[in-house]
Design a protein around this ligand. Structure first.
Ligand code: EVA
Length: 599
């Protein structure tokens, strides 16, 4: 990792300006931008907010569905101060970007859901205005994660053909910070915890790019200093530590400082940390040494008009709804979310399974359905694209773990969603990625990955890589729905009996199960798509899960209805939400609320 991914802060050593606002934008279907020197000024542009997913802002279909290159431009002023480094930090540009400062290329990034930072100190004009241009591309292919392809229509138009079930929202979808940080600075830090009786040890390591000493100080919520340690690594001992617990989130402030000979600060970075441990023991998941059962949701970053943009008020509503249903966990299906989600979860005491965008690893427009229909496999992991795909996957994993490793809310990393896992090449593909993640995570959190319907004991090759087995299962929906619900229950139990043999000493959680439900539909007796059926579906699934003691979590699919690409399988989007897309409860919300109150 060349640049530090630390979240921007303002204090006496660091500062930033948020470049969010109205930028210029222009599509570049013929890829002429660079040749025509758009990096020196974007002609005939329209205005576009940053951050934003551009798709649903437009009224014309070709613009909403636009796939290819597109350019953004803004200007910023920089004062005369040359004593700091100037860093441009993008929190997420989907799916790839080339960045130019005053017409000169400053850097590139592949991957739409993790941040990247560029040192532009030598490219900027001090005491003057600067031109910032970004060429973005939102095409999918079999080396990008998520995976997909591009369809070229007869009139030459290109549209995205995702191998996954969510809309390919894109653009500069997250904030852009212009940071000023000291030339000798804190690049990163690791924390991990051990608990003994009422005390805790915080083992830390700070990475800097200079030789000056580092001081680490820990403050409690009232601002009282409770521990101090000198050195780039060390152990802070906390007496009577207040632990970070589910829905009782106590956060300490861990302040790192690089100091000069006179004791003055060269750099300072304040980290919010929660003291907690996570481990897997036998078939249980332990948080602070105590068993925890995961209750909650697979989600999306998705809302009307704004697409994937982070809206603080909406996130607040979502946390209130999740709390109302007595949930304690969510999975960032199917990509790392905006950093604010993790900050809020840290404060609220929510658990997160953090997922890398490794989704669509099967050649099909709707892989979940194709596999359900016949256990189809497309030999995805035998293609020539695999080495490049794996390199991109590894980078995304690295960026996600580095970005999120110090959040107390993050209790596990998910390395895939529903790839083909039924042959050896899949195992060969994933094994080094699991090894890499294990090495990278200072807290050695459990690793997992969501297994597709046909990844069953005996066929699957990847569950053995996981510390927590995670299943996406749709018994009673894609498999034997409606009048076949009793048969679905039998088939589900049959599969669970097989997992019982594997999960003697491994926990198993459900990362997806759910039924499409149209919020306006009621029917007695039930039919598929009605509110009544969603309840019956969940009751059946819970009945089965409750009979197997190695089941340690249930994350329903999905928190809310969400946008997908068009097709006969979807009614203007996926309707498996427990809440509607505008965040009102379906009947199943009340069922979950009651169950999770007791669970
Ligand atoms: C579904 N099933 O069919 C979901 C998808 C999801 O939205 C899956 O992991 O297996 C996928 O993305 O509703």
């Amino acid at each position: 990792m060349e640049q530090s991914l630390l979240y921007p802060v303002r204090n006496d050593a660091r500062d930033y300006t948020l470049l969010d606002g109205m930028w210029k934008m222009r599509f570049d279907p013929e890829v002429l931008g660079e040749k025509n020197e758009w990096q020196n000024g974007l002609p005939d542009a329209f205005s576009m907010p940053v951050p934003a997913s551009f798709a649903d802002l437009f009224t014309e279909k070709e613009k909403r569905e636009y796939c290819g290159d597109f350019w953004y431009e803004t200007k910023f002023f920089l004062d005369e101060d040359r004593s700091t480094r100037v860093i441009l930090r993008f929190s997420g540009v989907t799916h790839r970007a080339d960045v130019y400062i005053n017409g000169v290329k400053a850097g590139s990034h592949e991957g739409g859901f993790t941040p990247f930072a560029l040192d532009i100190s030598d490219l900027v004009n001090y005491g003057a205005r600067n031109l910032l241009s970004v060429r973005v591309n939102n095409e999918l292919n079999e080396t990008s994660i998520p995976c997909g392809s591009v369809k070229t229509h007869m009139d030459g138009r290109k549209t995205a053909a995702p191998y996954f079930d969510f809309y390919n929202y894109s653009g500069i979808q997250r904030s852009v910070h212009l940071m000023r940080i000291p030339k000798e600075s804190i690049r990163d830090y690791d924390t991990s915890f051990t608990l003994e009786n009422n005390d805790a040890d915080i083992t830390y390591r700070v990475y800097t790019d200079g030789e000056h000493p580092v001081i680490a100080e820990l403050f409690d919520r009232d601002g009282q200093k409770v521990a101090l340690c000198e050195g780039k690594s060390g152990v802070l001992h906390v007496q009577n530590a207040r632990l970070w617990e589910v829905r009782d989130a106590y956060l300490y402030s861990l302040v790192f400082r690089i100091v000069d000979e006179a004791g003055n600060n060269i750099d300072k970075y304040p980290a919010k940390i929660g003291i907690r441990t996570v481990e897997v023991k036998g078939n249980k998941i332990l948080l602070n040494g105590k068993e925890i059962y995961l209750k909650g949701y697979g989600r999306h970053e998705d809302f009307e008009v704004v697409g994937r943009q982070f809206i603080p008020a909406l996130a607040k509503r979502d946390f209130e709804l999740m709390k109302w249903t007595n949930a304690n966990c969510f999975r960032t299906s199917h990509y790392p979310y905006d950093e604010h989600w993790y900050q809020m979860a840290d404060e609220e005491g929510f658990l997160i399974i953090d997922e890398v965008p490794a989704v669509g690893m099967m050649r099909s427009l709707m892989n979940f359905a194709a596999a359900g229909a016949g256990g189809k496999d497309t030999r995805f992991f035998t293609a020539d694209t695999v080495p490049q795909l794996q390199a991109n996957h590894r980078n995304a994993l690295e960026e996600m773990i580095i970005r999120d490793k110090n959040h107390p809310s993050v209790i596990a990393f998910s390395i895939f969603n529903e790839p083909e896992t039924t042959y050896k090449e899949a195992h060969d593909y994933f094994k080094p990625l699991f090894d890499f993640a294990r090495e990278l995570d200072p807290q050695k959190r459990p690793l997992t990955g969501a297994l597709l319907v046909n990844s069953t004991p005996g066929k699957d090759t990847c569950a053995e890589l996981c510390d927590i087995v995670a299943l996406n299962r749709y018994y009673g929906w894609y498999i034997m729905g409606g009048p076949d619900l009793p048969e679905a229950e039998m088939a589900f139990r049959k599969e669970m009996d097989q997992w019982a043999l594997i999960c003697k000493d491994k926990p198993l959680i459900f990362t997806e199960f759910g039924a499409d439900t149209y919020a306006a539909e009621h029917k007695l007796p039930s039919v598929m798509w009605s509110q009544e059926y969603q309840n019956e579906y969940y009751e059946m699934n819970f009945r089965v899960m409750d009979d197997y003691d190695f089941v340690q979590g249930e994350l329903v699919w999905n928190f809310a209805d969400f946008q997908t690409t068009e097709g006969i399988m979807r009614l203007n989007g996926n309707k498996k939400g427990i809440f509607t897309r505008n965040r009102q409860p379906k009947d199943a919300a009340f069922l979950l609320k009651k169950r999770w109150e007791q669970k």
